[in-house]
Design a binder for this molecule. Structure first.
Ligand code: PXG
Length: 463
């Protein structure tokens, strides 16, 4: 079979998929039984599947399709670039126009003196770059013992050996021999799940001070960097208390450790500013970017670094790089995506229109009997499903309510993800108030159906 088209019957596509395609983060045997949903095309915020269902994509793919689907401009740029120069590398003293223009544009958009970009093909690769770069930075400065990178439990930084080690996902560490040496994890600022009786702000401060404790325990002379997502995404859209980030910044400054903001989800408008670090008021030395950089239309990521880091790393040869670092087609597509984000005022649309409207509707979901809290920053939100609204106690059977709710979302033509018993959204940034109304009404219907199912199965008890 050399020409799979969208015209095969769904069952035939599913059978071929099950026979030959290994899916990420999926129990493939189970998937083979059920059959994968086949997505055939998309436009704006709407996906169409092979059965003709039109599905509202409240996850923007995997948090990435910031400008929405179906923008011909990106397709045209890609085709033009493929004809002109489909590939050339940026090793060995060469460069090309798309990568130059993209690096300059990112430098212009990035805050402070984050003026230099090392390109990668994905967020995982970019974080692998960061591991090597921060360790090499300190070695070049005559402090080779500074090699420990501090991260957080329940962080997500990618799936490669290095980035998966930076991440704090226990299910990932359990497979394939992670983490690599000299990665240290502290606790996350997840008040809802872990804050006990503490006031959220007091808890946020305490969790930030874990960084200081870790630095003192490990020894300042061993610590290279701290990495974190401004708002944890894959961990469940966990918005830290307001006390958290200023204290982290204070500690990074005091001990002179590099701060890496992983902006793979938060970057390019998601939080209502160009970058999440601006929303959280922090000054990273390095930002990891991917996803929204090209709105997912082409695979590209990178590390955006400060003048100081670039000067130290650039003084000698950094023995690092990927075949597709600064790929001309991906770079041209990303540049066009940034043009659209900027010229169409999409970040302003988020800040002034979409995010305030979504926040009001999202937070109102707390009137539902299943919803314990609603959190939202810009266009990333989460709700905690609870068996009993009088307390923060979790379900006795963790994850089932979330799973049922996600299935009910699908049944109502809405893509909303679950992380355990938290439901999360991250819609395309171009979503309109009318489309937000549709999102919320489908979410409410799914919540109602989930509640009914939990009642029927006698699963509304706390653990
Ligand atoms: N950092 C962050 C903060 C991410 O969210 C990566 C790095 C890795 O990027 P790449 O491009 O290598 O995937 C991510 C990716 C999920 C999910 O289920 C989240 C991601 C990827 C896949 C699934 O929420 N985030």
């Amino acid at each position: 079979m050399n020409a799979i088209t969208n015209h095969l019957p769904t069952a035939e596509l599913q059978a071929l998929d099950a026979a030959h395609h290994m899916h990420p983060f999926t129990a493939n045997a189970e998937l083979a039984d059920k059959g994968a949903r086949v997505i055939t095309r998309a436009s704006g915020i709407t996906l169409t599947d092979s059965e003709g269902n039109e599905i509202l994509d409240a996850m923007a793919g995997l948090w990435c399709v910031n400008i929405g689907y179906g923008r011909d401009e990106l397709a045209d740029v890609a085709a033009r670039q493929m004809r002109e120069l489909p590939y050339y590398n940026t090793f060995f003293m060469t460069t090309h126009a798309p990568v130059i223009a993209l690096a300059a544009k990112i430098a212009e958009l990035a805050p402070g003196d984050l003026n230099h970009v090392f390109f990668a093909g994905s967020g995982s690769e970019a974080n692998d770059t960061n591991i090597r770069m921060v360790r090499h930075y300190w070695a070049e400065k005559g402090k080779p013992t500074k090699s420990v990178i501090i991260s957080r439990n329940n962080a997500y930084h990618g799936s490669s050996v290095g980035s998966g080690s930076l991440g704090g996902m226990s299910g990932m560490h359990a497979q394939g021999g992670l983490p690599i040496p000299d990665i240290h994890h502290i606790e996350q600022p997840h008040w809802w799940a872990e804050g006990g009786d503490m006031d959220p702000e007091e808890f946020g401060l305490l969790r930030a001070q874990e960084l200081e404790k870790a630095i003192l325990e490990l020894g300042e002379e061993r610590v290279a960097a701290f990495i974190a997502e401004p708002v944890q995404g894959a961990g469940g859209v966990i918005v830290p208390p307001a006390s958290y980030w200023p204290e982290i910044q204070r500690i990074c400054d005091k001990y002179e450790i590099l701060l890496i903001a992983d902006e793979v989800i938060c970057g390019f408008g998601r939080t209502g500013n160009w970058f999440g670090c601006q929303t959280m008021g922090i000054r990273p030395d390095i930002m990891t970017i991917a996803k929204g950089l090209s709105s997912g239309y082409a695979p590209i990521g990178g590390s955006v670094v400060s003048d100081d880091v670039a000067a130290v790393i650039g003084a000698g040869e950094f023995n690092h790089g990927y075949t597709y670092s600064g790929h001309p087609v991906a770079a041209a597509v990303a540049l066009e995506n940034l043009r659209i984000l900027e010229e169409e005022g999409i970040v302003d649309h988020v800040r002034d229109v979409a995010a305030p409207y979504l926040k009001e509707k999202w937070e109102a979901l707390t009137d539902h009997p299943l919803v314990g809290e609603a959190k939202i920053v810009g266009m990333m939100g989460s709700i905690a499903l609870v068996p009993n609204k009088d307390s923060r106690a979790p379900f006795a059977e963790a994850g089932t309510a979330g799973f049922i709710c996600r299935e009910r979302c699908f049944a109502n033509n809405l893509v909303m993800r679950h992380v355990g018993d938290r439901m999360i959204i991250s819609p395309p940034l171009v979503i309109t108030p009318a489309e937000i109304d549709m999102l919320i009404s489908r979410a409410r219907k799914a919540l109602d159906e989930c509640y009914a199912e939990l009642q029927k199965r006698d699963l509304l008890s706390a653990g």
